[in-house]
Design a protein around this ligand. Structure first.
Ligand SMILES: Cc1cc2nc3c(=O)[nH]c(=O)nc-3n(C[C@H](O)[C@H](O)[C@H](O)COP(=O)(O)O)c2cc1C
Length: 368
């Protein structure tokens, strides 16, 4: 069976399994098989070289040496079940390469593969896959066997829901895993990661597709301090107006200043209304701007989820919303940008305490 004829059932079967066996051989034909985790993007398989290579060079691994020698591998994805009507396997005969993070012209492919692996296996979030080569397998053909892999798959199959063709990403672990982090390690955020996050934001839905948002990225200490100082002055005045005790005010300001200063990177998310439609009546104009704000939220959420998928964490600070003019002045931004949220980005210093989230049984008020 060739790649182009891989059925939806077969693709879904491949996505639904958790482990595969990777078979390689050395130049004399001596075989070697290991169980592996994998991600499949519909065209290629990606297999991480995790943990062990931290201590040994990747080329000491037999599977890697074999791939470097022969550039070929088979990948067996199988399912055993005591109910033999559910047995099945997909055997992919592949061209194999080692994909380095900085491989010319393939850095984005490497980054996407890391995202896909982390979406399937949250354990990889704690490992620096972005810095390590992956095994990339390009199937040349498949051998498929089993009732679940053909059109004859019984529709009463209790796992049938998992056999629906998906897009190869486990979304819920991402959505559930993302959390607001308020203290970060000093480890810097690679520029490529920030670029990937902003690329994710750019694909958010927006009114008329106008993308009414712009971003300012801060990684240097000096502009971060300028921003923190300026917003701090504003906030001090507001808190004093509220009658807060002086020491409480100073403590809150210190904490906020520290959060901004110590975040390895900050993304200031701004609303940008210049490209929106104009209406003569206030109501429609207001609706247009509300749509833009909704869309800014969607763009920020894409940013947060992309960061999380890449192994980083984020926070959300609403302070700029309360002092947009001050923020623009501090960062020398045009007044067409309306600062809304400050997103600190980095590697969490520790797992944060999380507030419980209400689940759909409380959130869906009617389902008719
Ligand atoms: C619009 C908005 C504004 C927020 N502002 C702040 C903020 O100023 N400071 C802060 O620590 N968290 C802020 N948060 C984060 C929320 O406190 C957090 O999302 C909520 O407690 C749920 O926790 P979780 O994100 O870990 O699931 C904000 C979130 C949103 C959506």
């Amino acid at each position: 069976m060739t790649m182009s004829s891989l059925s939806d059932e077969a693709a879904a079967f491949i996505q639904a399994q958790r482990v595969a066996r990777l078979a390689t051989a050395d130049s004399s034909g001596r075989p070697h098989v290991v169980p592996v985790c994998y991600a499949f993007d519909g065209g290629r398989f990606y297999i991480p070289l995790d943990e062990k290579p931290k201590r040994v060079l990747v080329t000491h691994l037999r599977r890697v040496r074999n791939i470097l020698e022969r550039a070929q591998a088979d990948l067996l994805i199988d399912r055993y079940d005591d109910d033999w009507s559910r047995l099945g396997y997909a055997l992919a005969h592949c061209n194999a390469t080692l994909l380095a993070p900085d491989a010319p012209g393939r850095a984005a492919e490497h980054a996407a593969a890391v995202v896909a692996l982390r979406a399937r296996y949250p354990q990889y979030r704690a490992m620096g896959l972005e810095e390590r080569p992956l095994i990339a397998l390009e199937p040349q053909s498949f051998s498929l066997w089993g009732p679940a892999l053909g059109a004859s798959a019984p529709m009463s199959d209790p796992d049938a829901i998992w056999l629906q063709p998906g897009r190869g990403l486990d979304f819920l672990p991402l959505a559930r895993g993302r959390r607001s982090v308020r203290s970060f390690q000093s480890r810097p955020v690679p520029r490529a990661v920030l670029e990937e996050m902003l690329a994710a934001a750019a694909w958010a839905p927006s009114p008329h597709g106008r993308q009414p948002w712009r971003f300012v990225v801060l990684t240097r200490s000096e502009p971060k301090a300028r921003l923190a100082d300026a917003m701090g002055d504003d906030w001090r005045a507001t808190l004093a107006q509220d009658g807060e005790a002086a020491e409480v005010v100073e403590q809150r300001l210190r904490r906020s200043h520290q959060r901004i200063q110590e975040a390895p990177a900050l993304v200031l998310a701004c609303l940008y209304l210049d490209d929106l439609d104009r209406y003569p009546d206030e109501q429609r104009q207001l609706a247009e701007e509300t749509m833009a704000i909704q869309s800014l939220g969607a763009a920020i959420q894409n940013l947060l989820l992309a960061a999380y998928a890449l192994g980083l964490d984020t926070g959300w600070m609403c302070a700029p919303l309360f002092s947009p003019a001050t923020v623009c002045a501090a960062l020398d931004l045009p007044s067409s940008l309306i600062p809304h949220a400050l997103i600190p980005v980095g590697y969490a210093a520790r797992d944060p305490k999380r507030r419980p989230h209400r689940l759909p049984d409380e959130l869906v008020v009617r389902w008719e």
